[in-house]
Design a protein around this ligand. Structure first.
Ligand code: FAD
Length: 385
């Protein structure tokens, strides 16, 4: 088994690390404090060809694999989660459905603009009555005169309400007889472009973390889109979104490793320069065991995330590993952020120190893209329990 990264993978890691440390780190505190969407950073990510890493070059993508994408997400989150989730939701959730299920016309229409970062993609699955129980979609779309007429609401949607948001791919009930026997409703995925009459984005939520990322409720009221905006066959939406969530979990798991590693980096640097009782606190065994445990757990979690990426790239079933990686890394991120704050003492509670932001940003990693409890259900099911 080869644990070394290829030269191409090393290159993307180095490129994103330099960008994150040089261009994101100096702005992260201010963007978080002022809750400002990172437009300039997204533009630069586009220039670096990072807004469509795993998509073919013929559509304007980076032509990379899942591992390359994971490395980029990990390095961004090591410095700032808001920027990372913007890229992650755009790639895994916004652009991915068009690439996987879109016809050639839909791909030609959307992928070049999404992959360049000129426009952001979003995925609208969650609703007020449908979160973990995502199949309980209430949003409806009925076919009429060559159009889909959409009525309903989505909540907690990332990337839908910025000045550069291009489209959201939503799940909607399009009939009562589901093609999937495990699900009685017919659910389909439909593209809705920003600017479509009847599609409104509400005010951004006031969040615990991810403050510089865009998260809003969406409403659809007599919203009409062309029939051709349907993604794939009518009624395939349930299976499609389960597959998208599997893929998305690898990205969010990469965020967990990145955040945990960033917390460790900060904690180690601080412990080496902070003195107490006449010596750097890094010389105290109680601090050393925290650092040692964090580093060991991070390395193990990282391998799990890379394994999930490798399985996907090898076109094997990756549902189990992706859920394990998501479960493991979300919890690890929360724990490492907490330990990093502890090592900073009182300064860890002060916003000038990045670990304070890391602590707030970590918690959502055990909730978004499927809660820990949902991951446990997916894992248990895959085990045959
Ligand atoms: C900042 C942010 C960004 C987000 N971005 C997006 C996005 O871009 N697109 C999108 O579609 N969604 C997005 N979400 C939604 C997110 O995926 C959901 O919040 C998440 O899946 C949980 O759903 P819920 O909030 O409805 O919680 P619920 O499903 O109501 O869960 C509440 C609690 O009950 C538990 N629970 C539920 N069912 C079971 C069960 N069967 N067994 C055991 N426990 C159970 C859950 O684990 C949880 O602890 C985002 C959320 C946030 C906060």
């Amino acid at each position: 088994m080869d644990f070394d990264l290829s030269a191409d993978h090393e290159l993307i890691r180095r490129t994103v690390r330099e960008f994150a440390e040089g261009e994101v780190a100096p702005l992260a505190e201010e963007l978080d404090r002022t809750k400002s969407f990172p437009y300039a950073i997204v533009e630069k990510l586009g220039e670096l060809n990072l807004m469509g890493i795993p998509f073919p070059q013929e559509y304007g993508g980076g032509g990379g694999d899942t591992l390359a994408y994971v490395l980029a997400v990990e390095e961004l989150t090591r410095v700032d989660s808001s920027v990372a989730i913007t890229l992650c939701a755009h790639t895994s959730l916004g652009t991915q459905p068009v690439y996987l299920f879109g016809d050639e016309e839909q791909k030609r229409e959307w992928l070049p603009r999404l992959c360049s970062g000129e426009r952001l993609g979003a995925f609208g699955l969650t609703e007020p009555e449908a979160g973990s129980d995502a199949g309980n979609t209430r949003t409806r779309a009925r076919a009429q005169d060559g159009e889909w007429v959409i009525d309903g609401a989505k909540q907690f949607i990332t990337n839908a309400g910025t000045e550069i948001s291009g489209m959201v791919c939503i799940t909607a009930v399009t009939g009562e007889d589901g093609a999937d026997p495990s699900h009685p409703k017919e659910i389909s995925n439909i593209i809705v472009a920003n600017g479509t009459k009847g599609y409104e984005q509400g005010a951004p939520y006031r969040k615990m973390g991810w403050n510089a990322s865009d998260t809003r409720p969406l409403t659809f009221s007599d919203c009409r889109v062309p029939e051709g905006n349907l993604l794939g066959p009518r009624g395939a939406g349930f299976k499609q979104f389960l597959h998208i969530l599997d893929i998305g979990r690898i990205g969010v798991a990469a965020m967990g490793v990145g955040l945990a590693q960033g917390a460790l980096d900060q904690a180690l640097a601080y412990a080496k320069q902070r003195r107490a009782f006449g010596r750097p606190i890094s010389k105290f065994q109680a601090i050393q065991t925290k650092l040692a445990d964090m580093s060991t757990e991070i390395e193990a979690a990282r391998l799990l995330v890379y394994k999930a990426a490798r399985e996907k790239d090898a076109k094997r079933n990756f549902t189990l590993t992706a859920a394990q990686a998501k479960l493991k890394t979300g919890r690890l991120a929360v724990r490492c952020a907490e330990e990093a704050v502890q090592i900073h003492g009182g300064y860890g509670f002060i916003e000038e120190y990045p670990v304070c932001r890391f602590y707030r940003d970590a918690k959502i990693l055990t909730i978004g893209e499927g809660t820990d409890e949902v991951q446990q259900m997916v894992i248990a099911r895959a085990l045959g329990a």
